[in-house]
Write a protein that binds this ligand. Sequence first.
Ligand code: F6P
Length: 549
Amino acid sequence: MSIAVTTAWNDLAIHAATIKDTHLRDLLQDGKRCAALTAEHDGVLLDFSRQNATEGTLGLLLALAKQAKLPEKLTAMAKGEKINTTENRSVLHIALRADAKTKIVIDGVDQVAEVHKVLKQIKGFSDKVRSGKWKGTTGKKLTDVVAIGIGGSYLGPEFVYEALKTDPVAAKAAKGRRLRFLANVDPIDVTRALDGLEPATTLVVVISKTFTTAETMLNAKTLRAWLVKKLGAKAVAKHMVAVSTNLTDVAAFGIDPKNAFGFWDWVGGRYSVCSAVGVVPLALQYGFAVVEKFLAGARSIDQHLLKAPLEKNLPVLMGLFGVWNSSFLGHHTRALLPYCQALLKLAPHIQQVDMESNGKRVALDGQTLSFAAGEIDFGEPGTNGQHSFYQLVHQGRTVPADFIGFKNSQQPVMIKGEAVANHDELMANFFAQPDALAVGKTAGQLRLENVPEALIPHKEFPGNRPSNVLLLEVLNAYTTGQLLALYEHRTAVQGFIWGINSFDQWGVELGKVLAKQVRTQLAGSRGKGKAKIVGFNPATTALLKRYLG
Ligand code: F6P
């Protein structure tokens, strides 16, 4: 049964009409309401009092969660039931960061024990590379790593890499080492990734769940040629390793499966940063101990998701208000606004996590949805975003936003003679923006300021625009893990409410098939026979003619 035909859904639809008569300017005056619309876990404070909501709204959303059997679905996921029905797979990214005492048995095999076997293998390997015990073919230490991968085999690792680059503990551990990412099949990305690197001191990690992704395989061949040209064919054994579930193709490529780190079909690409996909490059750069803290942070949120009551459960609340804004208030876009430069790659990562997961048109049973699932995520660190797209967010469209801030900076600065430290300056903006969105500024206020009448409509801020505020202590490996898990679970919660499969991604297939046809055409037309362009519509035929001409 579609969730949209239930009483819980209908109650919310009716309630949405009444909430449109309220204004956050007034709702925010109610101290009891504000206190009720906050929740906290392990140093993460979620203030959702700036949502267009009353305590009654929360009650109705919790009823919807129960109607959608959210607790049962979360338990089924954590137990390893095959909830990704279109691919007949479990969804167990939680197992990737479970402690060694936890057991999750699928087909008689404890998956957590398997995870810890691979973690041990990665620890041994990364220690050897970092200490110089594992050397390149010229006998030099491998100080630089190029991680090749795309989508989930790239975005999560890059997000964590950037988050920790300026964390003092991680930065100290990374001293003298470099990590680059190569994702795009655009040859320009090869040049950018290799800038300043030498084959003799470079280790290439090929990361691909399937080991068939066209972009990754071409980039892997390109870097293999780069290594072999300088170091000879034997370079592959010492300078290339792989992360994949497909060890047969790893071997066929020429990488010894002994130098491969496995994972499992129950890890979705976009949920794989806590598998060898992220752990190998990050442990090489920052050392295994730092990565263990990252996994511990994610584990803290996993346990909270599974144990905390729904009304105090941070990812559940974030997911429920995502559904409220999107399905009931009609806001289809949302912004991720970290007031922390080190989180510059959070939005690109969550774009994939969320949009590849929930950008669906049918329910689990194949029936077309009667509502639009999924949201359009985008974002930019504050304060840069303020000087970019905030104009639209304040006076144009309503875009629910998540403001993410920290009590302390990774890199505090205080200039003599300034009124506040640089981090306080940043955070002054962090606290101001959610209220500017929520409260706005009225024509009456502008008149009191003697603003000329003709300018009043231009200077008026309607306000009543919703946001969440997430406040944490400081960005480090542990809190990066917490943020990752919060956003992974927010997406799953929304998918569970909407009744869709958040763990498959059939929508990426058609483009890949058509690209194959174009590739064959390009090879034929550029070849000796100069094959004629056939099999495309007139518009594409004209474009291809121009491209080849
Ligand atoms: O874009 C489609 C996709 O399958 C993603 O889901 C995945 O993260 C990415 O391609 C890369 O896949 P692989 O790790 O198999 O190379």
